[in-house]
Design a protein around this ligand. Sequence first.
Ligand SMILES: Nc1ncnc2c1ncn2[C@@H]1O[C@H](COP(=O)(O)OP(=O)(O)OP(=O)(O)O)[C@@H](O)[C@H]1O
Length: 353
Amino acid sequence: MPEQTDLGQEPQSGAEAAASPTGPDRAHVDTAAVEANPLADPTERKRLMGTVDTTPGVAKPDAVLKVDNVRRDFGGITAVNVDHLEVQRGIITALIGPNGAGKTTFFNLITGFDKPSSGRDAKWSFDGRSLGRTNASAVAKAGMVRTFQLTKSLSRMTVMDNMLLGAPQQPGERLALSLLRPLWSKREGEIRGKAEELLARFKLLEKKDDYAGSLSGGQRKLLEMARALMSDPRMIMLDEPMAGVNPALTQSLLGHIQTLRDEGTTVLFVEHDMHMVRHISDWVVVMAEGKVVAEGPADTVMADKAVIDAYLGAHHDTDLGDDALLEDDSVVAELEAEAEAAEAAEKEKEGQR
Ligand SMILES: Nc1ncnc2c1ncn2[C@@H]1O[C@H](COP(=O)(O)OP(=O)(O)OP(=O)(O)O)[C@@H](O)[C@H]1O
């Protein structure tokens, strides 16, 4: 019920500090990373984004992605109708909104997996390069890669083969490599080496010869992320990275996303888990009915009336990250049981294929 929903409440318990705006992310500073990248310092990120006002569509100090007039209709439904949106380079931005708000469609559009209905006016650019008429593989080549809501790891391929699929193919490489065996071997060795490095980082190296289908839901999410990193993207877009992830893997996934940001990669992610949103986002953009209705730091946004209305209008039982709930062990147990059931269902479905 609206009056009982506290969208801006700070967490109380120690265990849930991990999911809080005052949790470890704010406290954690990797000094070596800060030397290479000032935005690895939470204070610096806060200072930078503190200069940005919270009007929807506001300009960012150094936007890596700029989107204008992107609209997508499905029959009578306008799924996306974004006038203007900018994503700041080098930080973690969350894209949130109730079910059906248009988040996934928006991801599909700007990564070339779908085409806008408003072809004429729509334009978007990544790092100054126009991508409006570009297909998905060219978008990835430009440095912007995405993962999917339902993991696309090919379950009947090994973990290593999944990784090799993520390696970029250089122009002309196929012909050159097929003619020159030594060149081909060297390149393949480099790619495998890189895949092994990433798998080790995501604690999947021991599984490299296993079928991807034998991995848990959480491990597949890690594999999706590792595979996306094979092309050294400058921006990674994650669609619901936490969906179906066992709580045991949650921290590790969060840590990987923060590390990517600290290393200089821009992260844009769609997520329903508001604890995660509050914990790791430097900036939050809210969509409702296809439009950007609010943006700003997590705490500000979740206390915004337009956001509360958008969520409550869509479904009344939304948990917008009121971490005080997690003090109750039964809530934690319920969340864990839900995650395990989702994972079991996913495995069963996979087994039936
Ligand atoms: N291929 C499609 N055909 C028809 N309608 C579609 C299609 N894809 C999306 N829609 C509609 O567009 C709207 C936005 O959907 P979208 O999946 O982008 O929302 P979302 O914010 O990602 O939702 P969720 O959080 O539930 O994933 C919804 O009304 C959806 O039913």
